[in-house]
Design a protein around this ligand. Sequence first.
Ligand code: HEC
Length: 214
Amino acid sequence: MKIVETKVVVLVIFVVLLALLGTYFTMIVPLMDESLYTPTKDARPYTKLELKGKQVYQREGCWYCHTQQVRNLLVETKRYGMGEEETFKRFGIRALVQAPPSQPGEYVYDKPHLLGTRRTGPDLARVGGKYDNSWHINHLRDPRSTSPGSIMPAYTWLFDKNGRPTEEAIALVAYLQKLGTNIKWREEGVALIKKMQGVPSPEETTTQTQEVGE
Ligand code: HEC
């Protein structure tokens, strides 16, 4: 390859070609992956309220401390799934339902997505439906009241003088309850376990969505 090293023009062409090749395989080819643009079966766009909540989430920098991506690791799918106590309380069976790893199709309505990079707090990708609305309200007002020893800051400015949640707090909770529901993994996981145990499942699975302020 002496010619590349001695002739500047050949060298430049060689470098440009190499850069184009690299761009093609690391950017263009992945962008052609249709799963990036195909919503998951249960994905739906945000409601107005949820979208407002997402803006509050962005503005308050919740994403400095919280990621929104469950990785394909057993420790994560177990940790962010439903434990025995939760399945028993809500569905009447004792079983661990693992959280599915995040899929590209869940993020198609996220502009910008808030995958995050740091986990000072737990991942929130599957937090929707984990707690009820009042838990979130209490937690935002005073994290130590629900999670003793928590280092999460209190978002007192999302509450009025009497401690009642403002519209922003209500919107934020609606957004949190939406997270992770683009896959109905709680209902599907429980239905699957019941099927394996031979428990007859009701015709329609009850959905556990809690709408705030509507
Ligand atoms: C300084 C880092 C930090 C910031 C900023 C932060 N959090 Fe947290 N968050 C934590 C920590 C630590 C925990 C775990 C202890 C607890 O439950 O409070 C947590 C827990 C949570 C949980 C419960 C998760 C679970 O699965 O139990 C939710 C929901 C949550 N945060 C939402 C938010 C929202 C919404 C914001 C922005 C308004 C926010 N956090 C900002 C650190 C942070």
